[in-house]
Design a protein around this ligand. Sequence first.
Ligand code: FE2
Ligand code: FE2
Length: 208
Amino acid sequence: MDALDRLIADFDAALRAVAGVHRAARASPAEAVAEGELSPAEREHAAALMRVNHVGEVCAQALYQGQALTARDPALSGSLEQAAREEEDHLAWSAERVRELGGRLSLLNPLWYGGSLALGLAAGLLGDRWNLAFLAETERQVEQHLEGHLAQLAPDDDRTRRIVEQMRDEEAGHRKTALALGAEELPAPVKDLMRLASKVMTTVAYRL
Ligand SMILES: [Fe+2]
Ligand SMILES: [Fe+2]
């Protein structure tokens, strides 16, 4: 693929991520699970949580694309390919669940995408080990975040729960992959800053 093809492919992926029209390669973990009896408030809360998760996956798309664009070692992107593919499924599953619950996707997706791409590119410019460090820490925070969401879902909402559990398990795998590839440990203040940024994102995306 030459540089122009690559740019067009990235732009296409970005548009699909932002618009929530990506198709999953694997069936949603919710597929075999019956819809539970949810009150309108439970349904609304679950839709908002899944909107937040979908935004997280939009950011993951941007991060993995930024990583691929800046990687010094060409073998690195290949090693992260499976993780990137799983993120595409997460994107599609969470978008589908938001719609099933009667919610809508974040209006600010272009902003989330752009912000994450900028951060991913900036981390990439510092070199592969920091690029991977940023990826690993992001995955760790997403994993914790999904764990928190599991505790908030209605007892009967097994359909949402199955998706969130599978995403959490796979994010843990992505973190391990980044660490195995040589991720640095980020300095504590950077981790704190990332936690703050994610707090802002999740608070806003819950509503918008
Ligand atoms: Fe994900
Ligand atoms: Fe991930």
